[in-house]
Design a protein around this ligand. Structure first.
Ligand code: PEP
Ligand code: MG
Length: 755
């Protein structure tokens, strides 16, 4: 590889020095353009910066009329400069005036310059402006000169990104980098979040741009690429790729990119032009991303994410950066932005500082969303591209009611949202006032309102929400946040603590529900084609009796002298319940043999999540003390629609005829068998759905604590018998095509029920 002239390197070095000098921004920019012009032997060098109104404004020039600075402007796509900005591609012309896009700006006096070279100023794939050099003589700039100008543009990008140019931006205008953006997304969990962006996978900002020794940098790059390739091969050869959340296809794409010679060559060229290895990676990443961001094909755009991830991995290798970087500390009002995230990763953040979560992917009943809901933080999802548009620390508002994201909001909008937050707080106060009101319907039916939980921090909400108890305690969360398998003593003391804090209110512990999308890092299951239908929950527990027996023992010991309420997840056949009962019997014998005191009473339940149980309802209910419907899973299996895949998860209505008929059958079976039936899936927490559940016969529901108030407000105004009468007619009417949801909305409106 040839080492290009020392020119670009000298220039970069000089520019770095200029960046470090204590200069006023205009002065710094003026000196920068002068330096570039002299180094590149160009008569003109100009910087155009993109404003939020889509206009490129001349910010500095050497060679053109000085009066044109801050006056000359071109729209995106207009003239040569606008064309470069819009396409994010350089333009290299020996006769600029002959180009069809050329636009004559008389104030600049540029008509005497024939040759023109312009490159986009890019940062993380976004165009921030355009850098141009011009010469009188007609000539074509060499490839290495184009490269050198692109490299120089990186320095200017850094200057723009620091916000320094704000000082010389005319009042009332703002730069595009700080532009307010509104993105329409899906509302996953209600609430308003005001705060500052925390990128879950932060971009690594390379500050060490300039190399001392190009050969050394080429070697560093080659070494890091080597380690990167090995780590990808490693991930591919491990059988648990899918457990890691990284699908084989994605890894195959990574491997392809990692071996792409064109990519390597372009990075090496950038190094020979004076950049460090990491700056070269960043430069090529930004150029590639800028081009790919302009593609509309969703498949190719997805590949852009893969390429971006790969380049970030390479940057991490080169810089040794692994953690989360916050120059000014972790914000106390953090809104996390992620492409995708596991539930355990969310739990790693300091909870008291979390104000919201934004997911580019994800679905409303995915576990990370459930955990966020349990934490009471607003969530929006399906927010394509938001991660690329945001920087760590940007002000942001998320609206979990309407599914909107406002990045860098203008002051008026911020004020409007602050008002909205105050209104919500007032409404929350009203719900709080209902805390001690008995949940009895208008026609006198006492409903059991319970809450879902999974961590100790959830417990205070029991008293605050006024819930009757914990209807679903997801024990797997303790396992998901631990780095090693919790031992018997740890489990026991955890359960003991939960029971103590529940202060006499019943807690329904669900035995371990791992597998599927609930990943426990230290428990490596095998790769599965269909994990949701695979080796998970009670299936896994029965095949690993040591695991289950430890948990049962911990639960029995923690409930000594009290009532133990427990249930099994994902039961498919009644025989599975027998098997667990047998193990339970053994544990009871073991404990009594060693003189431990036992629970005063044992309530044994099963979750109804697998449709096969619908045809064993009487046998099931003869076997257990209670049944709890896991509507998230029961719905996904009934409709054959993956709850974690946003394309299909809410494609079908869970208030449609099929699912409501199923739920009615379950409630009727409960009545027939005198077995308590509860529902603890997400639908219990939505007032309209909860109303439907009461209408089809449920008298007990369990939901996230923040939903208790709104659901109670709904049921206080509800006459269940009246609703059931209407609902049953509709559910039995095989000719009617009116959606049941519409009937429910109409009923609520007609009867003044807040839903
Ligand atoms: C359900 O499936 O509805 C349920 C409550 O369990 P989880 O969401 O934990 O799978
Ligand atoms: Mg479930």
């Amino acid at each position: 590889m040839r080492d290009l002239s020392a020119g670009p390197r000298v220039l970069l070095k000089r520019l770095r020095e200029l960046m470090a000098e204590p200069l006023e921004p205009q002065e710094r920019l003026d000196r920068i353009v002068r330096q570039i012009a002299s180094n590149m032997v160009a008569e003109v060098c100009s910087v155009y910066v993109l404003r939020s109104d889509g206009v490129l404004e001349l910010y500095a020039t050497e060679g053109l009329n000085k009066e044109a600075v801050h006056t000359s402007q071109l729209k995106m796509g207009q003239g040569l400069v606008g064309t470069i900005a819009a396409s994010a591609q350089p333009l290299n012309l020996s006769d600029a005036q002959a180009h069809p896009a050329f636009r004559y700006l008389p104030e600049t006096g540029e008509e005497i310059y024939h040759s023109f070279l312009g490159v986009p100023i890019l940062r993380a794939g976004r165009t921030l402006g355009v850098l141009v050099v011009q010469n009188k003589a007609s000539r074509n700039y060499r490839e290495d000169e184009v490269e050198a100008l692109e490299t120089t543009a990186m320095v200017i990008a850094e200057m723009i990104a620091t916000g320094e140019l704000k000082k010389i931006t005319r009042p009332g205008l703002e730069l595009d980098l700080t532009r307010a953006i509104t993105i329409d997304a899906d509302a996953y969990n209600e609430g308003i979040g005001l705060g500052h962006v925390v990128l879950h996978e932060p971009r690594i900002v390379v500050t060490n741009l300039l190399n001392e020794d190009a050969e050394k940098e080429v070697i560093r790059l080659a070494e890091s690429l080597g380690s990167l390739r090995i780590s990808i091969d490693d991930m591919l050869s491990r059988r648990e790729v899918s457990q890691e959340g990284e699908h084989r296809e994605v890894l195959e794409t990574y491997r392809m990119f990692a071996h792409d010679q064109g990519w390597v060559r372009r990075m090496e060229e950038a190094i020979h032009n004076g950049l460090t290895a990491e700056a070269a990676v960043e430069k090529v990443q930004s150029d590639t991303k800028a081009r790919m961001m302009r593609l509309t094909d969703p498949y190719l755009r997805e590949r852009m994410h893969d390429f971006d991830d790969l380049a970030n991995r390479l940057l991490r290798q080169l810089t040794g950066f692994s953690g989360r970087a916050f120059d000014e500390g972790f914000p106390t009002d953090a809104i996390i932005l992620a492409r995708a995230m596991g539930a355990a990763e969310l739990l790693d953040y300091p909870r008291a500082s979390l104000r919201g979560l934004v997911l580019e992917d994800g679905a409303v009943t995915s576990h990370v969303v459930i955990v966020a809901r349990a934490m009471g933080i607003p969530v929006v999802g399906q927010a394509a591209g938001v991660v690329a548009l945001a920087e760590n620390g940007d002000p942001i508002i998320i609206d979990g009611d309407d599914g909107q994201i406002h990045l860098r909001p203008v002051l008026d909008l911020q004020k409007a949202y602050e008002e909205k937050v105050r209104l919500r707080a007032r409404r929350q106060e009203q719900f709080k006032a209902l805390r001690d009101v008995e949940p009895v319907t208008k026609d006198g039916k006492r409903i059991s309102l319970q809450m879902n939980a999974g961590l100790l921090v959830d417990l205070p909400q029991l008293a605050e929400s006024g819930a009757d108890g914990i209807g679903l305690f997801r024990t797997e969360l303790q396992f998901m946040i631990a780095s090693t398998m919790p031992k018997l003593e740890e489990q026991e003391s955890f359960y003991r603590n939960v029971i103590k804090q529940a202060a006499g209110r019943p807690v329904t512990f669900r035995t371990l529900d791992i597998g599927g999308d609930k990943v426990v890092s230290y428990f490596r299951a095998q790769e599965e084609e269909n994990p949701a239908l695979g080796w998970r929950a009670i299936r896994l527990s029965l095949d690993r009796p040591g695991l289950l027996r430890t948990q049962l023992r911990a639960l029995l010991r923690a409930s000594a002298g009290a009532e133990l309420k427990m249930m099994l997840p994902m039961v498919t056949e009644v025989s599975e319940i027998h098997a667990v009962r047998e193990l339970m019997q053994k544990e009871v014998q073991h404990l009594s043999k060693f003189g431990h005191s036992l629970p005063r009473k044992l309530q044994f339940g099963a979750m109804l999540e697998v449709p096969a149980l619908m045809w064993q309802l009487d046998e099931l209910m003869a076997e257990v003390d209670f049944v709890s419907v896991g509507s998230n899973d029961l719905f996904q299996f009934t409709m054959a629609a993956d709850r974690g895949n946003a394309r299909v998860s809410d494609r079908f209505d869970n208030l449609g005829k099929p699912f409501l008929r199923i739920l009615r059958d379950i409630a009727r079976a409960g009545e027939r068998n005198k077995t308590v039936v509860t529902l603890c899936g997400e639908m219990a927490g939505k007032p309209l759905s909860a109303m439907a559940l009461l209408g089809v016969g449920f008298r007990s529901v369990s939901m996230s604590p923040t939903s208790i108030g709104p659901v109670k407000a709904m049921l206080l105004g509800l006459d269940i018998d009246k609703l059931s009468a209407e609902l049953n007619v509709a559910l039995d009417d095989i000719r009617s095509t009116e959606p049941i949801r519409a009937l429910l909305v109409r009923f609520a409106e007609a009867n003044n029920i807040p839903v």
